[in-house]
Design a protein around this ligand. Structure first.
Ligand code: GDP
Length: 630
């Protein structure tokens, strides 16, 4: 075996908390590496193409781009920012030799990045730290550096990872310097003065100098580890991965080695490398570089594409087990098919099974009903994002409440437990401790920095975290962040207080009217306003009491000859409570569903007919009583 050091390539994964300037920095690197031919539009904010990421404040899809610097090609690998996507994090990190941690010069490192950084360091990647937004009025680069050093002390797996190079940047101006004192703010009006301060050259230099060039064996038989999949309307399935050994050639016969030991011979029709934002078609890609390839329809993530003569699989990528599960079913509400484009069981099934090819942390299985599928993932957010993505694509379906996946260990039920880290202001400590103790969380650490910022750490069953994220964001009005990591499985923590009352259920089909709603709001809190189409069995509010009650929100005022009394006119409708999708998923009980369509979502009872539902629940409670008596 002959190992070659590929001086012409560097592979670096970029790790950043949302809003710390990753997109802006990558944008600057692209512009300054002059990969943009004259015909290309240099749009801003290049890496973040996914709307949803912006909305949820996280990066979901890993993407590849490449920039050139002095004859060296730098492949930049984006990493997801959230632990719910841990499967994806591990996969994309297998493509890199170094990692760039980008931190804000005011905020410092954030808990969400800790997870990805820990993984990157455990993979032995060589780190570079960039402290960005040096131009911010309250930038405190020295403090932030100290915080970052502390973090590395915690996470480093090799001593030399502690000796990381540090750069200071103003990504917005396309500037990086090796010492904060070297930064000179541009003149007012001058938008971008890359030229005079050397632009991002110090960062390019640091990457080329500190990220080890791939050490590869070009002569041995081919091995490519497939780490992500994409689709293109013209080219079909596109697989991305690093060529680990040998050379991949367009048109050649290869063996696809599956995770379960399967071997399929097939032909690679096209081979690409990354250049700027594009994939460019090439004849061959040699070990050390990242490639995209087409023509292998049956490929899945984690497969090895290998030489036909000597097919040897690369070690399979470890994937964390799903912790949360829910059902996705065909929409059975009376409004089914009103706004969805893809509504049948076949559409739903195809779409879900397609997702598992891209996302190996996700599991999909058929159920006893042909119209319902079980979908399991790494946390509620993971599944909520899938729901959101599908509905934007035009799918219509109904989902159940997420539930944790338990295991039986030595005859005892165990459940997933997470380490939750919350950064917020001290005025929200009360809210957090109270709400989390109801959710069976146990505080393990609390740190106050003396200026009102607190970090709270809890051990909490995954079950207790369901719905907490959105409740927390609402309660703190965005003044806080939280992240959680799976600690492992522990014996069942015990019953969780059910803190929900019964619901107000629409008793008939129609359109909600002020009069009916006014009557209904005497019973509890409403979720809808007048003019909303409702159906029998749809949940329209929260009852002030325990039991569910049927209300007729479509009721019209009786026409009488009597003049309206002033009291009648004075009754005002209270503004209805609006839930986010995640809140809705947490809100519903096991006998309820969320109906999701491209334009809206509705809460409903599983059994829509009121009489039937009442009979069912009577039967259920009788059975329970008999069981108790027996
Ligand atoms: P991402 O979420 O990590 O991709 O962050 P973005 O690149 O979208 O940047 C988030 C925000 O920070 C945007 O409003 C940027 O304009 C701003 N930003 C990025 N770099 C800098 C910088 O160097 N200085 C300042 N003051 N703002 C910056």
């Amino acid at each position: 075996m002959q190992h070659t050091q590929r001086e012409d390539i560097r592979n670096i994964a970029i790790i950043a908390h949302v809003d710390h300037g990753k997109t802006t920095l990558v944008d600057g690197l692209l512009k300054q590496s002059k990969v943009f031919a004259a015909h290309q539009q240099v749009g801003n904010l290049i890496m973040d193409s996914n709307d949803l990421e912006r909305e949820k404040g996280i990066t979901i899809l890993a993407k590849n781009i490449a920039v050139m610097y002095g004859g060296v090609k730098i492949n930049i690998i984006d990493t997801p920012g959230h632990a719910d996507f841990s499967g994806e994090v591990e996969r994309v990190l297998t493509m890199a030799d170094g990692c760039l941690l980008l931190v804000d010069a005011v905020d410092g490192p954030m808990p969400q990045t800790t997870f990805v950084l820990r993984k990157a360091l455990s993979f032995g990647l060589k780190p570079i730290v960039v402290i960005n937004k040096l131009d911010r009025a309250n930038a405190r680069p020295a403090d932030v550096l100290r915080m970052t050093q502390d973090l590395f002390l915690d996470l480093a797996t090799h001593e030399d990872q502690l000796d990381f190079p540090v750069l200071y940047a103003v990504a917005k101006q396309g500037i990086a310097v090796t010492d904060p004192s070297l930064y000179i703010a541009p003149q007012a009006g001058a938008e971008n003065h890359q030229g005079d301060a050397g632009g991002l050259a110090p960062l390019f230099e640091a990457i080329v100098k500190h990220v080890p060039p791939p050490m590869v064996d070009l002569e041995s038989p081919l091995q490519v580890l497939i780490t992500s999949l994409g689709y293109d309307n013209y080219q079909g399935k596109i697989a991305v991965g690093r060529v680990m050994r040998g050379t991949l050639r367009a048109g050649e016969q290869v063996a696809v080695l599956g995770r379960e030991g399967t071997v399929v011979r097939t032909r690679v029709t096209g081979v690409f490398t990354f250049q700027g934002l594009d994939r460019v078609q090439v004849e061959s890609v040699a070990a050390g570089d990242i490639t995209a390839l087409i023509g292998l329809p049956d490929l899945t993530i984690g497969d090895t594409v290998a030489s036909v003569d000597q097919p040897e699989a690369l070690p399979a990528i470890a994937i964390e087990e799903p912790t949360v599960r829910m059902s996705f079913g065909v929409n059975t509400s009376p409004y089914a098919g009103r706004d969805g484009q893809w509504v049948t069981s076949r559409h739903l099934r195809e779409r879900l099974y397609r997702e598992i090819e891209r996302d190996i942390a996700l599991r999909v299985s058929d159920s006893t009903s042909a119209d319902v599928f079980q979908v399991s993932g790494r946390g509620e957010l993971h599944l909520a994002i899938l729901i959101e993505t599908m509905r934007r694509e035009g799918y219509e379906f109904q989902v159940s409440r997420p539930e944790v996946i338990t295991r039986t260990v030595d005859g005892k039920v165990h459940e997933p437990v997470e380490h939750l880290v919350i950064d917020t202001r001290e005025e929200y400590i009360g809210y957090c401790t109270e709400s989390l103790s109801r959710r069976l969380g146990q505080m393990v650490n609390m740190h106050n920095d003396g200026s009102g910022n607190v970090r709270l750490e809890f051990a909490i069953p995954t079950r207790g975290l369901i719905g907490f994220r959105s409740a927390f964001l609402t309660a703190t009005r965005g003044n806080g962040t939280l992240s959680s990591l799976l600690l492992g499985y522990e014996p069942w923590y015990g019953a969780m207080e059910a803190d929900r009352n019964g619901v107000l259920v629409a008793s008939e089909d129609g359109v909600s009217l002020s009069f009916g709603l006014t009557k209904a709001q005497e019973r509890g809190n409403l979720f809808i306003e007048p003019g909303v189409p409702v159906y029998e069995g749809m949940i329209v509010g929260l009852n002030a009491r325990d039991a569910d009650i049927a209300v007729n929100v479509c009721r019209e005022k009786q026409q009488t000859n009597m003049r309206q009394s002033t009291a009648d006119i004075a009754i005002k409708l209270v503004t209805p409570t609006k839930m986010s999708l995640e809140q809705a998923l947490d809100f519903i009980g096991t006998d309820e569903l969320v109906e999701v369509t491209p334009n809206t979502f509705r809460l409903r009872k599983r059994i829509l007919n009121n009489d039937e539902r009442v009979k069912q629940s009577r039967r259920a409670s009788q059975a329970q009583m008999q069981a108790v008596e027996a």
